[in-house]
Every structure is written in structure tokens, then in C-alpha cells.
Write a protein that binds this ligand. Structure first.
Ligand code: PRP
Ligand code: URA
Length: 216
């Protein structure tokens, strides 16, 4: 079967709740930040299904031994937050993946051309090809920033089929580009909004995620 991009919008009341809080223009920065943290937590919880590597073992309870399943410590797990806004999702993701290595990638769009450029790259030279990679960025708009991130990761040996993107609002232009270039990829998002306006903002979206997280 040909692999294809999968986009999951988990029908979870907590995800819907925190999305509505984040969308509200009247939400102050401190609460917006909490909403994004919670979305990071619950979307990572969903993304970890059938992705976090496990290993079977026997466990001795006080009464008897029985089979158990634990997280396999031998397979590397990495989280790549796309600065700045992806940092907002990191705390929630890290609370569920405490042993993951965190590799920061700073990408910013030019406000006029919308072209992405990279100002910080803490990725390793080479990833173990088995590495499970979770990328966090709340906004997938034109897709330029995420395409840039994926190119940097795959150049370093990351397998797109072992990669999961956690976003909050995803738009069709980004999903179409990712689907064409990385058909094995999985995206977890709170919502898909249909429109990207001429300034590159998702409508209704939630505005400038980085500015709202950091109060700038
Ligand atoms: C925002 C957002 C994404 C990017 C999405 O970052 O966090 O990284 O835009 O847009 P795209 O899909 O059209 O590339 P921004 O460049 O505003 O930087 P920031 O996170 O520092 O605010
Ligand atoms: N980046 C944002 O922060 N918001 C958008 O709507 C699009 C890109």
C-alpha cells in the first residue's frame, strides 16, 4: 500500500476546550500560554499511540509474575520544537516524554515574502534511523516553515514514517505540501482551518501564536 499523510484531529473534550480558549482574542497571554501547554500535552498523548517504542517483559507483582509492557529505553525519542511558538507546546510534550532529547530549531517567516529562514539549529549531525521524532509547532499555515524543518531532519537521517507533528491549527496549503513530499508522515492537530489569508495568517486561526505565547 502506498503510504500517505495522515492527519488526526482527536475528538477530545479537553482539546476542544483549550482550542476555544486559545482562539478567543480576549484570552490574556498567561492563559493563552496555559492553553497551548495543555494542547501540547493532550495532542502528544494522542500522538504517542503506536509510536512510542515498547518492549515486553515479565514483572513480579507482590503475588505472582505476569507479562508487562514498558517503554523501550534503547530506541531514541526526540522532540524538535520550532521556535518560537513551538516552545509553547514543549512543556506538555515533555511531561509525557521525560526522557526525550530536545533539539531546538529556530525558524522565522519573512513577514512580506513568507519565506522561512533558520536562525538556530541545534540538530545533531546524524540521527539514529530508528529515532522517534515529535515536531512541535502550533501553526501549519503555508507550510514553508515545516517543510524547511522536515528537510533539515530528513537530511540528517530522520525517517518521516517515524515522525509525528503536533500542531494546533493546520491549514490545507501546509498539509498539501507535506503530503506531497512526506507521504508517511502523521500530523496531530486540534483543528483544520480552511483559509490562509494574503498575509499568511490562518483564518479564523488564533492570531500570531508566538506573540500571544510570549506577550510580545
Ligand atoms: C509561525 C508559526 C510557524 C509558522 C507557520 O512562526 O509558529 O512556525 O509561522 O507559518 P508557515 O506555515 O506559513 O511557514 P513565525 O515565523 O511567526 O515565528 P515565531 O514562532 O517566532 O512567532
Ligand atoms: N503563524 C502564526 O502565528 N499564525 C498564523 O495564523 C500563521 C502563521
Amino acid at each position: 500500500m502506498t503510504p500517505q499523510l495522515r492527519v488526526y484531529v482527536p475528538p477530545h473534550p479537553l482539546i476542544k476546550h483549550w482550542l476555544a480558549v486559545a482562539r478567543d482574542a480576549a484570552t490574556p497571554s498567561v492563559l493563552f500560554r496555559s492553553a497551548i501547554t495543555e494542547l501540547g500535552r493532550w495532542l502528544t498523548y494522542e500522538a504517542a499511540r503506536e509510536w512510542l517504542p515498547t518492549v515486553e517483559m515479565m514483572v513480579q507483582s507482590p503475588l505472582d509474575s505476569c507479562p508487562g509492557t514498558v517503554i523501550n529505553p534503547e530506541i531514541p525519542v526526540a522532540v524538535v520544537p520550532i521556535l518560537r511558538a513551538g516552545l509553547g507546546l514543549l512543556e506538555g510534550a515533555q511531561s509525557l516524554l521525560p526522557l526525550a532529547s530536545i533539539y531546538h530549531l529556530g525558524i522565522v517567516r519573512n513577514e512580506e515574502t513568507l519565506e522561512p529562514s533558520c536562525y538556530l539549529n541545534k540538530l545533531p549531525e546524524k540521527f539514529d534511523p530508528q529515532t522517534r521524532v515529535l515536531i512541535t509547532d502550533p501553526m501549519l499555515a503555508t507550510g514553508g516553515s515545516m517543510m524547511f524543518a522536515m528537510a533539515e531532519l530528513t537530511r540528517r537521517g530522520v525517517d518521516p514514517s517515524l515522525t509525528r507533528i503536533v500542531s494546533v491549527v493546520a491549514a490545507p496549503p501546509a498539509l498539501q505540501k507535506l503530503s506531497a513530499a512526506y507521504p508517511g508522515l502523521n500530523v496531530y492537530t486540534a483543528i483544520i482551518d480552511e483559509v490562509v489569508n494574503n498575509q499568511g495568517y490562518i483564518v479564523p486561526g488564533l492570531g500570531d501564536a508566538g506573540d500571544r505565547i510570549f506577550g510580545t
